[in-house]
Structure formats: C-alpha cells, structure tokens
Design a protein around this ligand. Structure first.
Ligand SMILES: C[S@@+](CC[C@H](N)C(=O)[O-])C[C@H]1O[C@@H](n2cnc3c(N)ncnc32)[C@H](O)[C@@H]1O
Length: 381
C-alpha cells in the first residue's frame, strides 16, 4: 500500500517509501534459505506494516511492529491483528525491553528502514539536518546506516532488510557500519532497482540490496564485499573485482596540498561515483574548492573520465555506486582517441593548445572508444 497520509517533504524526511509485498516475499524467500528457528519478528520502522502482509516462513513466532509515525501505525493496527504495534523512535534508547523482547528470545529484525543521507545533495532543499533524535552511538549522516547500527544493539540472530547497495560498496559507508559488520555475516544478497518502489527516483534508479545477515564471529569484511559476486533481480551477476578503477591512477578529489602553480593548464571537477558523474561537470575553467589541477602527463586519463561520462548513461543501475572503471592496458593503446574526443567536446577548454579535430579523425576515435567500452562492459551493459 502506498503512503497516503504524508506530504512529499514528510515522506523524504521520514524515508517513508513502503515496500511492495512482492519484494517482502523475495526477502522472506532469501531468509528461508539460511534461517534457523526464531521466536520474535521485529520491524522497528514498519510503516503500514508491509512486512506483516506476507506469510513469514516460520510458525509460532511473535510479531512486533514499531514506527515513529503514529498515523502510519494506526493504519497498520487496523490491518494486522496478530501483530503487537508500538509507537517508538527506533534510534533512541535502543534496547530489547522497550519492545518487550526477552534476552533469551531468538530475534529476527526485518524491514526496510528509512534511507536518508542528510549530506547528499539529492532533494537537499527539503531535508532536515536532524530527522529525529538518536542515541549518540548510532548517530551518522544517514538514517539507514544508523538503523543498521541500532539493530546490532538488539542482538538479533538475523537481519533481513532492504538497504542501498552503496552501504556495502562505498568504503566510507562500510566503515561507518563497522560495529554491525563485525558481528554480522552477509549470507544472502539480491540487488534490485529503487524504481521497483512505486514513487521513488522516477528518473535515476539507484541499486538497493535485499540482504540477509546472520550473527556470527566472522562478520563481513570489506574484502568479502570486493570479492563477492552479487546477483540482480534481473539475473545479472557482477563484482567489484571484475574491474580496475581509474582512481588508482588519478585523484578523484582536490588534494589538500595542491596549488595551481600555473603549470597545469587543465582543470577537472571532483569525481565521485558513476551516478554522480552522470550529473556532474568534467573539464572546467574555474578555480573552486572542487577543482582538481591536472598534471600534464595524466591529461588522457581525465579525458577518459570525460568520455566515460557520456557512455555512463548506458550503464545499468547496479553499477551506479562504482568508481569509474578502466582497462588500463586497452586504454594505453587508444589513449589519444580519448584526448581527441575531449578536444572535440570542449573546444573552449582545448582551443588554446590544440587545433580543431577533423571529423574523420574524431569518427575513427569514436568507433575505437565505443568498441573499448563495449568490451569493458561485456555481459552487463
Ligand atoms: C522505508 S519506510 C518502510 C516502512 C515499512 N517497513 C515497509 O517496508 O513498508 C521507513 C519507515 O521508517 C519510519 N521511521 C523513520 N524514522 C524512524 C525512527 N527514528 N523510528 C522508527 N521509525 C522511523 C518512517 O515513519 C517509515 O514508516
């Protein structure tokens, strides 16, 4: 059921995008593959109760639902009589007692906690800096990361949740999740497009993972994530370790010590992931806090990123959080082609040093570059 009682601004701040039952069913199928018996099922951000609308794969369990949004809870209470509902802030005073869960009970936490990165620029104009009160040990810039940290404090046997894939892939996020990841092993993971939710990200889908975590002594390390082969709902598999990345050879951000000494003629805008690159500028002429000064010997690598941006529109949603990929050996063979295409694309930047490129030269460069990208993304794009 779609959220009916909140404005767009409220929905964004509470992260209230409810889960279609099809996806809940999928999460429970994954859980059924790995699960041992549990006593209690808790969704601490249950909204209208989507996770109670699909049969849970075990019998004789207690169901508990909580949410900070009282109106949503009223709807849930009317719909699911076998569930015990509580009006609670899941991120404040985090302990089992407040949900009435005993310490000996085997708990599974299910759900689709809100994701809302207060520092990201998407929908920035309507986001509150502090969407709700939270305990200091789970406070982070992203509500969803705080939620995962809050789960660890309740010591569940299993955690069955949907969350952005970027929590795993981006090392800065993974680091924030360390207290959780140290204790929980990622047992099952299925990646899907955020567009599977009815009204989020109509234009730019981002990857979400349906994840089953199990408490054990190994936990999940970032190396596990790098080596892991992820499957998508569409049946494609991919891995971080399938690629080499351009950020191994050039800087993504301005260095704190860099100064434009007048030697570097070319400037580039800060790079983040593939999805960010789709929207951001590449070669620029102004000096700002986001300006990277390009060393002459690296110019072709930055041209590569500039041309990669054009191709990135064709990449599937599940590669959106990746850094810019490269095949360094193949790149070396045709690096001049990237320069040619950037010269053609940005005459205002390059005209001082380079003559305009004849059309047949740029056509040939384009064909070789196109062939390069098709090979690089063989099997996924
Ligand atoms: C993405 S929705 C998911 C709802 C439900 N689990 C589902 O899958 O349909 C996130 C929910 O988190 C709730 N929420 C946001 N902050 C919360 C908090 N601090 N404590 C409890 N619930 C919260 C919102 O009200 C919203 O209902």
């Amino acid at each position: 059921m779609d959220v009916a009682h909140l404005s767009f601004r409220e929905k964004t701040n509470l992260g209230s995008f409810y889960t279609p039952s099809r996806l809940v069913g999928l999460a429970y199928d994954l859980f059924a593959r790995v699960s041992g018996a549990v006593d209690v099922v808790l969704d601490s951000s249950c909204g209208y109760g989507a996770f109670f609308s699909v049969p849970f794969p075990q019998k004789n369990v207690r169901f508990i639902g909580a949410d900070i949004d009282e109106v949503a809870l009223n709807v849930a209470t009317e719909n699911f009589s076998r569930v015990h509902f509580l009006h609670e802030n899941a991120l404040k005073n985090i302990n089992r007692e407040k949900y009435g869960i005993f310490s000996h009970e085997r708990l599974v936490i299910v759900g689709n906690p809100p994701y809302n990165d207060v520092t990201s620029r998407v929908k920035n104009h309507i986001k509150r800096e502090n969407p709700c009160e939270m305990d200091s040990d789970v406070r982070t810039r992203d509500l969803g990361i705080s939620f995962l940290l809050s789960f660890e404090k309740l010591s569940p046997e299993y955690v069955v949740v949907l969350h952005p894939l970027s929590y795993l892939i981006k090392q800065a996020n993974f680091k924030l999740l360390e207290p959780f990841m140290r204790k929980y092993a990622l047992r099952e993971a299925l990646v899907l497009n955020s567009r599977e939710f009815s009204d989020t990200s109509k234009n730019n889908g981002f990857p979400i993972v349906v994840a089953v975590y199990e408490r054990n002594t190994f936990g999940t390390t970032y190396t596990d994530i790098v080596r892991r082969r992820f499957m998508t709902l569409e049946g494609v598999s991919f891995s971080i370790s399938d690629y080499d990345y351009v950020c191994r050879y050039i800087s993504k951000y301005p260095s704190r010590f860099q100064r434009n000494t007048g030697i570097s003629r070319y400037k580039f805008f800060t790079m983040r992931d593939v999805n960010a690159l789709k929207r951001s500028r590449t070669f620029i002429s102004d000096d700002t806090a986001n300006t990277i000064y390009i060393p002459t010997e690296k110019l072709e690598l930055y041209c590569y990123v500039d041309i990669f941006k054009d191709y990135s529109q064709k990449l599937p949603y599940f590669l959106g959080n990746f850094d810019v990929m490269i095949n360094r050996d193949e790149f070396e063979k045709i690096k001049n082609d990237f320069l040619v295409l950037s010269i053609e694309k940005h005459p205002e930047i390059f005209s001082e040093e380079f003559l305009p490129v004849p059309k047949d030269v740029s056509n040939r460069a384009f064909r070789r570059v196109d062939f390069y990208f098709k090979n690089l993304f063989k099997g996924v794009a």
